[in-house]
Design a protein around this ligand. Structure first.
Ligand code: AMP
Ligand code: MG
Length: 327
Protein backbone atom coordinates (compact mmCIF):
# COMPACT_ATOMS: atom_id res chain seq x y z
CA UNK A 1 0.00 0.00 0.00
CA UNK A 2 2.73 2.37 1.04
CA UNK A 3 4.72 1.49 -2.05
CA UNK A 4 1.73 2.24 -4.28
CA UNK A 5 1.25 5.65 -2.66
CA UNK A 6 4.91 6.37 -3.11
CA UNK A 7 4.67 5.39 -6.78
CA UNK A 8 1.66 7.67 -7.33
CA UNK A 9 3.49 10.50 -5.59
CA UNK A 10 6.49 9.90 -7.80
CA UNK A 11 4.34 9.99 -10.95
CA UNK A 12 2.67 13.20 -9.77
CA UNK A 13 6.08 14.72 -9.05
CA UNK A 14 7.41 13.73 -12.48
CA UNK A 15 4.35 15.12 -14.25
CA UNK A 16 4.82 18.31 -12.26
CA UNK A 17 8.44 18.52 -13.32
CA UNK A 18 7.61 18.06 -16.96
CA UNK A 19 4.97 20.75 -16.74
CA UNK A 20 2.18 18.32 -17.63
CA UNK A 21 0.30 18.89 -14.36
CA UNK A 22 0.14 22.58 -15.03
CA UNK A 23 -1.09 21.99 -18.56
CA UNK A 24 -3.89 19.76 -17.34
CA UNK A 25 -5.10 21.67 -14.31
CA UNK A 26 -4.44 25.36 -15.05
CA UNK A 27 -4.53 27.80 -17.98
CA UNK A 28 -2.39 27.00 -21.00
CA UNK A 29 1.17 28.29 -20.80
CA UNK A 30 2.38 31.01 -23.13
CA UNK A 31 4.87 30.25 -25.86
CA UNK A 32 8.04 32.31 -25.35
CA UNK A 33 10.50 33.08 -28.17
CA UNK A 34 13.48 35.43 -28.21
CA UNK A 35 15.52 36.81 -31.09
CA UNK A 36 18.15 39.48 -31.70
CA UNK A 37 16.56 42.14 -33.94
CA UNK A 38 17.45 45.82 -34.40
CA UNK A 39 20.43 45.35 -32.11
CA UNK A 40 18.24 44.37 -29.20
CA UNK A 41 16.81 41.28 -27.53
CA UNK A 42 13.20 40.82 -28.62
CA UNK A 43 10.96 38.58 -26.54
CA UNK A 44 7.48 37.49 -27.60
CA UNK A 45 5.12 35.70 -25.20
CA UNK A 46 1.88 34.50 -26.73
CA UNK A 47 -0.99 32.33 -25.60
CA UNK A 48 -2.54 30.04 -28.20
CA UNK A 49 -5.61 31.44 -29.97
CA UNK A 50 -8.78 29.48 -30.73
CA UNK A 51 -7.35 28.22 -34.03
CA UNK A 52 -4.01 28.06 -35.79
CA UNK A 53 -0.52 27.38 -34.50
CA UNK A 54 0.85 29.83 -31.92
CA UNK A 55 4.43 28.95 -32.88
CA UNK A 56 3.82 29.87 -36.51
CA UNK A 57 2.14 33.11 -35.46
CA UNK A 58 5.10 34.11 -33.29
CA UNK A 59 7.60 33.24 -36.05
CA UNK A 60 5.60 35.41 -38.47
CA UNK A 61 5.67 38.28 -35.97
CA UNK A 62 9.47 37.96 -35.61
CA UNK A 63 9.82 37.81 -39.41
CA UNK A 64 7.84 41.06 -39.65
CA UNK A 65 10.26 42.73 -37.24
CA UNK A 66 13.25 41.48 -39.26
CA UNK A 67 11.63 42.87 -42.44
CA UNK A 68 11.35 46.27 -40.77
CA UNK A 69 14.96 46.13 -39.61
CA UNK A 70 15.98 45.66 -43.27
CA UNK A 71 13.78 48.60 -44.27
CA UNK A 72 14.63 51.11 -41.53
CA UNK A 73 17.97 50.36 -39.88
CA UNK A 74 20.89 52.68 -40.58
CA UNK A 75 23.19 49.68 -40.03
CA UNK A 76 21.68 47.81 -43.01
CA UNK A 77 23.39 49.33 -46.10
CA UNK A 78 20.45 48.37 -48.31
CA UNK A 79 17.78 49.83 -46.06
CA UNK A 80 15.77 52.77 -47.37
CA UNK A 81 17.03 54.90 -44.49
CA UNK A 82 20.68 54.08 -45.27
CA UNK A 83 20.09 54.73 -48.97
CA UNK A 84 18.52 58.10 -48.25
CA UNK A 85 21.43 58.96 -45.93
CA UNK A 86 23.90 58.16 -48.72
CA UNK A 87 22.04 60.24 -51.35
CA UNK A 88 22.40 63.87 -52.23
CA UNK A 89 19.35 64.02 -54.50
CA UNK A 90 15.74 62.99 -53.98
CA UNK A 91 14.89 59.35 -53.41
CA UNK A 92 11.55 57.63 -53.82
CA UNK A 93 10.76 55.62 -50.72
CA UNK A 94 8.12 53.00 -49.98
CA UNK A 95 4.73 54.24 -48.81
CA UNK A 96 5.38 52.56 -45.46
CA UNK A 97 8.66 54.40 -44.78
CA UNK A 98 7.14 57.73 -45.87
CA UNK A 99 4.20 57.18 -43.53
CA UNK A 100 6.56 56.49 -40.63
CA UNK A 101 8.60 59.61 -41.48
CA UNK A 102 5.38 61.67 -41.42
CA UNK A 103 4.50 60.15 -38.06
CA UNK A 104 8.00 61.02 -36.84
CA UNK A 105 7.69 64.60 -38.14
CA UNK A 106 4.46 64.99 -36.17
CA UNK A 107 6.32 63.89 -33.03
CA UNK A 108 9.10 66.34 -33.87
CA UNK A 109 6.51 69.15 -33.84
CA UNK A 110 4.76 67.89 -30.70
CA UNK A 111 8.07 67.78 -28.81
CA UNK A 112 9.46 71.10 -30.09
CA UNK A 113 12.25 69.27 -31.83
CA UNK A 114 13.40 67.22 -28.82
CA UNK A 115 12.60 64.15 -30.90
CA UNK A 116 14.95 64.28 -33.86
CA UNK A 117 15.43 61.65 -36.59
CA UNK A 118 18.34 63.52 -38.21
CA UNK A 119 21.13 62.99 -35.67
CA UNK A 120 22.88 60.17 -37.53
CA UNK A 121 26.20 62.02 -37.91
CA UNK A 122 26.24 63.01 -34.23
CA UNK A 123 25.49 59.44 -33.22
CA UNK A 124 28.38 58.18 -35.36
CA UNK A 125 30.77 60.67 -33.75
CA UNK A 126 30.06 59.34 -30.25
CA UNK A 127 30.22 55.73 -31.44
CA UNK A 128 28.28 54.55 -28.40
CA UNK A 129 26.97 51.47 -30.20
CA UNK A 130 30.50 50.43 -31.24
CA UNK A 131 33.68 49.23 -29.56
CA UNK A 132 35.49 52.57 -29.41
CA UNK A 133 33.18 55.27 -28.08
CA UNK A 134 34.72 58.69 -27.44
CA UNK A 135 33.81 62.22 -26.40
CA UNK A 136 33.89 64.39 -29.55
CA UNK A 137 35.38 67.90 -29.66
CA UNK A 138 32.87 70.80 -29.62
CA UNK A 139 33.69 71.81 -33.21
CA UNK A 140 33.18 68.22 -34.40
CA UNK A 141 29.74 68.23 -32.77
CA UNK A 142 28.85 71.55 -34.37
CA UNK A 143 29.84 70.23 -37.80
CA UNK A 144 27.88 66.99 -37.28
CA UNK A 145 24.76 68.92 -36.24
CA UNK A 146 24.84 70.98 -39.41
CA UNK A 147 21.62 70.68 -41.40
CA UNK A 148 19.86 68.58 -38.76
CA UNK A 149 16.56 69.46 -37.09
CA UNK A 150 12.87 69.88 -37.88
CA UNK A 151 13.34 71.35 -41.39
CA UNK A 152 15.98 68.89 -42.57
CA UNK A 153 13.77 66.81 -44.89
CA UNK A 154 11.37 67.73 -47.67
CA UNK A 155 8.75 65.08 -48.34
CA UNK A 156 6.48 65.36 -51.36
CA UNK A 157 4.43 62.28 -52.09
CA UNK A 158 6.91 59.43 -51.83
CA UNK A 159 9.90 61.54 -52.83
CA UNK A 160 12.16 62.59 -49.99
CA UNK A 161 15.11 64.94 -50.24
CA UNK A 162 17.58 66.13 -47.61
CA UNK A 163 18.41 69.84 -47.59
CA UNK A 164 21.96 69.04 -46.51
CA UNK A 165 23.34 66.21 -48.67
CA UNK A 166 25.57 65.03 -45.80
CA UNK A 167 22.64 64.57 -43.41
CA UNK A 168 22.39 61.07 -41.93
CA UNK A 169 19.04 59.80 -40.75
CA UNK A 170 18.59 57.71 -37.63
CA UNK A 171 15.25 56.20 -36.75
CA UNK A 172 16.66 54.51 -33.63
CA UNK A 173 14.22 56.41 -31.41
CA UNK A 174 11.09 55.18 -33.17
CA UNK A 175 11.78 52.07 -35.30
CA UNK A 176 11.66 49.52 -32.47
CA UNK A 177 8.30 50.83 -31.32
CA UNK A 178 6.94 50.74 -34.85
CA UNK A 179 8.20 47.18 -35.33
CA UNK A 180 6.53 46.10 -32.08
CA UNK A 181 3.21 47.54 -33.29
CA UNK A 182 3.48 45.73 -36.63
CA UNK A 183 4.39 42.47 -34.89
CA UNK A 184 1.31 42.79 -32.66
CA UNK A 185 -0.81 43.30 -35.79
CA UNK A 186 0.60 40.04 -37.22
CA UNK A 187 -0.24 38.14 -34.03
CA UNK A 188 -3.74 39.59 -34.01
CA UNK A 189 -4.35 38.58 -37.64
CA UNK A 190 -3.28 35.05 -36.71
CA UNK A 191 -6.05 34.92 -34.11
CA UNK A 192 -3.87 35.53 -31.03
CA UNK A 193 -5.65 37.65 -28.43
CA UNK A 194 -3.20 37.45 -25.53
CA UNK A 195 0.46 38.28 -26.03
CA UNK A 196 3.29 40.57 -24.93
CA UNK A 197 6.22 41.79 -27.00
CA UNK A 198 9.28 43.38 -25.44
CA UNK A 199 11.97 44.85 -27.71
CA UNK A 200 14.61 46.15 -25.31
CA UNK A 201 12.17 48.15 -23.21
CA UNK A 202 9.64 48.93 -25.94
CA UNK A 203 6.69 46.81 -24.87
CA UNK A 204 3.20 46.23 -26.15
CA UNK A 205 0.66 43.90 -24.59
CA UNK A 206 -2.28 42.41 -26.41
CA UNK A 207 -5.33 41.51 -24.35
CA UNK A 208 -4.83 40.20 -20.83
CA UNK A 209 -2.52 37.73 -19.15
CA UNK A 210 -5.10 34.99 -18.56
CA UNK A 211 -7.83 36.68 -16.54
CA UNK A 212 -5.59 39.43 -15.17
CA UNK A 213 -3.82 42.40 -16.70
CA UNK A 214 -0.17 42.02 -17.68
CA UNK A 215 2.24 43.14 -14.97
CA UNK A 216 5.19 45.11 -16.22
CA UNK A 217 8.11 45.96 -13.98
CA UNK A 218 9.94 49.18 -14.83
CA UNK A 219 13.64 48.81 -14.17
CA UNK A 220 15.35 50.98 -11.58
CA UNK A 221 17.80 53.16 -13.54
CA UNK A 222 20.61 52.77 -11.00
CA UNK A 223 20.01 49.28 -9.57
CA UNK A 224 19.91 46.69 -12.32
CA UNK A 225 18.32 44.06 -10.06
CA UNK A 226 15.55 46.32 -8.73
CA UNK A 227 12.11 47.27 -10.02
CA UNK A 228 11.24 50.93 -9.75
CA UNK A 229 7.52 50.47 -10.18
CA UNK A 230 5.05 47.87 -11.39
CA UNK A 231 2.36 48.71 -13.95
CA UNK A 232 -0.75 46.63 -14.62
CA UNK A 233 -1.71 46.98 -18.25
CA UNK A 234 -3.80 45.41 -20.97
CA UNK A 235 -4.03 46.32 -24.65
CA UNK A 236 -1.50 49.11 -24.45
CA UNK A 237 2.13 50.00 -25.05
CA UNK A 238 4.87 51.14 -22.69
CA UNK A 239 8.38 52.24 -23.59
CA UNK A 240 11.35 53.19 -21.46
CA UNK A 241 14.34 55.32 -22.42
CA UNK A 242 17.18 55.21 -19.93
CA UNK A 243 20.74 56.46 -19.62
CA UNK A 244 21.68 52.98 -18.35
CA UNK A 245 20.79 51.13 -21.56
CA UNK A 246 23.77 52.15 -23.70
CA UNK A 247 26.58 54.21 -22.26
CA UNK A 248 30.26 54.51 -21.52
CA UNK A 249 32.00 56.32 -18.69
CA UNK A 250 34.99 58.62 -18.86
CA UNK A 251 36.48 60.60 -15.96
CA UNK A 252 33.46 59.73 -13.86
CA UNK A 253 30.95 61.08 -16.40
CA UNK A 254 28.32 58.85 -17.99
CA UNK A 255 27.89 59.36 -21.75
CA UNK A 256 24.80 57.63 -23.10
CA UNK A 257 22.82 57.22 -26.32
CA UNK A 258 19.96 59.73 -25.95
CA UNK A 259 21.15 62.95 -27.55
CA UNK A 260 19.98 66.50 -27.03
CA UNK A 261 19.49 67.95 -30.54
CA UNK A 262 20.37 71.39 -29.14
CA UNK A 263 24.06 70.54 -28.61
CA UNK A 264 24.53 66.95 -29.79
CA UNK A 265 25.47 65.78 -26.28
CA UNK A 266 23.77 63.13 -24.14
CA UNK A 267 20.75 64.69 -22.43
CA UNK A 268 21.52 65.19 -18.72
CA UNK A 269 18.25 66.00 -16.99
CA UNK A 270 16.85 62.47 -16.54
CA UNK A 271 17.96 58.95 -15.65
CA UNK A 272 14.95 57.30 -17.25
CA UNK A 273 11.54 58.02 -18.75
CA UNK A 274 8.68 55.54 -19.22
CA UNK A 275 5.69 56.37 -21.41
CA UNK A 276 2.36 54.52 -21.63
CA UNK A 277 0.47 55.03 -24.90
CA UNK A 278 -1.94 53.19 -27.19
CA UNK A 279 0.78 52.38 -29.71
CA UNK A 280 4.42 51.47 -29.14
CA UNK A 281 5.57 53.84 -31.90
CA UNK A 282 4.24 56.77 -29.89
CA UNK A 283 5.45 55.49 -26.53
CA UNK A 284 8.93 54.91 -27.99
CA UNK A 285 9.34 58.36 -29.52
CA UNK A 286 7.76 60.21 -26.60
CA UNK A 287 9.98 58.44 -24.05
CA UNK A 288 13.07 59.52 -25.98
CA UNK A 289 11.74 63.09 -26.37
CA UNK A 290 10.62 63.51 -22.74
CA UNK A 291 14.04 62.27 -21.64
CA UNK A 292 15.64 65.07 -23.66
CA UNK A 293 13.16 67.70 -22.40
CA UNK A 294 13.85 66.79 -18.77
CA UNK A 295 11.57 66.26 -15.78
CA UNK A 296 9.62 69.53 -15.85
CA UNK A 297 9.08 70.05 -19.57
CA UNK A 298 8.87 66.31 -20.18
CA UNK A 299 6.17 65.83 -17.55
CA UNK A 300 4.20 68.75 -18.99
CA UNK A 301 4.45 67.28 -22.49
CA UNK A 302 3.10 63.91 -21.30
CA UNK A 303 0.31 65.52 -19.20
CA UNK A 304 -0.78 67.71 -22.10
CA UNK A 305 -1.06 64.88 -24.65
CA UNK A 306 -4.37 63.00 -24.52
CA UNK A 307 -4.29 59.29 -23.62
CA UNK A 308 -0.58 59.43 -22.70
CA UNK A 309 0.81 58.72 -19.23
CA UNK A 310 4.32 58.36 -17.95
CA UNK A 311 6.91 58.48 -15.23
CA UNK A 312 10.22 60.25 -15.19
CA UNK A 313 13.26 59.82 -12.97
CA UNK A 314 15.23 63.05 -12.78
CA UNK A 315 19.02 63.29 -12.55
CA UNK A 316 18.86 63.12 -8.73
CA UNK A 317 16.76 59.93 -8.83
CA UNK A 318 13.45 61.61 -7.91
CA UNK A 319 10.32 60.05 -9.39
CA UNK A 320 7.68 62.16 -11.17
CA UNK A 321 4.41 60.69 -12.51
CA UNK A 322 1.56 61.91 -14.67
CA UNK A 323 -1.78 62.12 -12.87
CA UNK A 324 -3.45 59.15 -14.61
CA UNK A 325 -0.66 56.57 -14.48
CA UNK A 326 -2.27 53.10 -14.11
CA UNK A 327 -0.38 51.42 -11.24
P1 AMP B 1 15.42 55.05 -27.26
O1 AMP B 1 16.21 53.88 -26.86
O2 AMP B 1 14.07 54.76 -27.81
O3 AMP B 1 15.38 56.15 -26.24
O4 AMP B 1 16.14 55.68 -28.49
C1 AMP B 1 17.49 56.03 -28.45
C2 AMP B 1 18.03 55.92 -29.83
O5 AMP B 1 17.36 56.89 -30.65
C3 AMP B 1 19.48 56.25 -29.90
O6 AMP B 1 20.25 55.08 -29.84
C4 AMP B 1 19.59 56.95 -31.23
O7 AMP B 1 19.66 56.01 -32.27
C5 AMP B 1 18.27 57.67 -31.35
N1 AMP B 1 18.23 59.01 -30.72
C6 AMP B 1 19.12 59.58 -29.87
N2 AMP B 1 18.73 60.81 -29.52
C7 AMP B 1 17.55 61.02 -30.14
C8 AMP B 1 16.62 62.12 -30.18
N3 AMP B 1 16.83 63.25 -29.48
N4 AMP B 1 15.51 61.97 -30.93
C9 AMP B 1 15.27 60.84 -31.62
N5 AMP B 1 16.10 59.79 -31.64
C10 AMP B 1 17.22 59.87 -30.92
MG1 MG C 1 12.33 55.66 -27.63
Amino acid sequence: MLRRQALILLIVALLGLSGAIRWVFTDPQPLVRTALIMGTLVEIRAYPGPAGDVGEAVEAALAEMRRLEKLLSSYEPESEIAQLSARSDALELSAETVKLLHQGQKLVRQTQGAFDMTLGRVKQLWGIAGDNPRVPEPDELQAALHGSGPGALRISGRRVVKHDPRLQLDLGGIAKGYAVDRAVAVLRRAGISSAAINAGGDIRVLGKHGERPWKIGIQHPRRSDAILLGLKLSDTAVATSGDYQRFFEQDGVRYHHILDPADGRPARLCQSVTVVAGEAVQADALATAAFVLGPQRGLRLLEDLPAIEGLLVDSAGRLLKTSGLPE
